[in-house]
Design a protein around this ligand. Structure first.
Ligand SMILES: Cc1cc2nc3c(=O)[nH]c(=O)nc-3n(C[C@H](O)[C@H](O)[C@H](O)COP(=O)(O)OP(=O)(O)OC[C@H]3O[C@@H](n4cnc5c(N)ncnc54)[C@H](O)[C@@H]3O)c2cc1C
Length: 171
């Protein structure tokens, strides 16, 4: 994939950006629409430094014929806004050995614990997750008890229980 940066669209164009971004990719790379298989938005931001607010996109372009990519990248090597899209796929750094007598322990089932347990499982370990609080339905009842009736359940509230604090996050 080829990453194109600094593509500026008006706010009206940014409402439905796909056709405009495809046209921009064709123009920037000197290709016809048939030569482009897909344009994925990697990032959208807004530039409000001038009177007219603009949307600024970074996109990844997949060519219909991926074999063309090296030559196209070489042609635009001097352009800082055209580059190979970085490989951002996360790969597990290690794999669990076939025989694993001990299992890793994850303490807490908030976002950190959930993610730690997930990646350990993806690596082939069999994590044991310990959570001191209650399952989410019960703690929701307890938390509302505090917020609505001012009754604090010390072991089950916004801080403690399945899902961690983020279960009651603002958004
Ligand atoms: C009301 C509220 C609103 C929030 N809103 C937002 C928001 O809008 N956006 C945002 O990004 N962040 C928000 N946050 C912050 C966000 O929730 C935290 O940053 C996030 O939950 C931290 O994740 P964590 O896994 O590190 O810890 P926690 O979510 O705190 O999880 C820790 C877990 O470990 C468990 N635990 C603790 N001690 C033990 C033990 N000894 N044994 C076993 N288990 C244990 C706890 O019960 C808990 O489940 C909010 C937090 C609160 C309280």
């Amino acid at each position: 994939m080829i990453r194109l940066s600094e593509i500026k669209l008006t706010l009206a164009e940014a409402e439905q950006p796909e056709p405009v971004l495809t046209a921009a990719a064709c123009r920037i790379l000197g290709l016809s629409p048939r030569e482009i298989a897909r344009v994925d938005v990697f990032k959208r931001s807004f530039d409000a430094r001038k009177a007219d607010l603009v949307a600024v996109f970074i996109v990844d372009v997949a060519l219909a014929d991926p074999a063309q990519e090296p030559a196209l990248l070489a042609k635009f090597a001097a352009n800082p806004h055209i580059a190979p899209a970085p490989d951002m796929i996360w790969r597990a750094p290690v794999a669990a050995p076939a025989s694993q007598p001990l299992r890793p322990v994850v303490v807490g089932f908030g976002p950190c614990g959930i993610f730690a347990a997930l990646v350990l499982a993806q690596m082939g370990f069999k994590p044991i997750v310990l959570e001191r609080g209650k399952p989410v339905r019960e703690r929701t009842r307890d938390t509302w008890g505090l917020w609505r009736k001012s009754v604090l359940e010390p072991e089950s509230n916004v801080q403690f229980g399945e899902g961690g604090a983020v279960t009651f996050s603002d958004g």
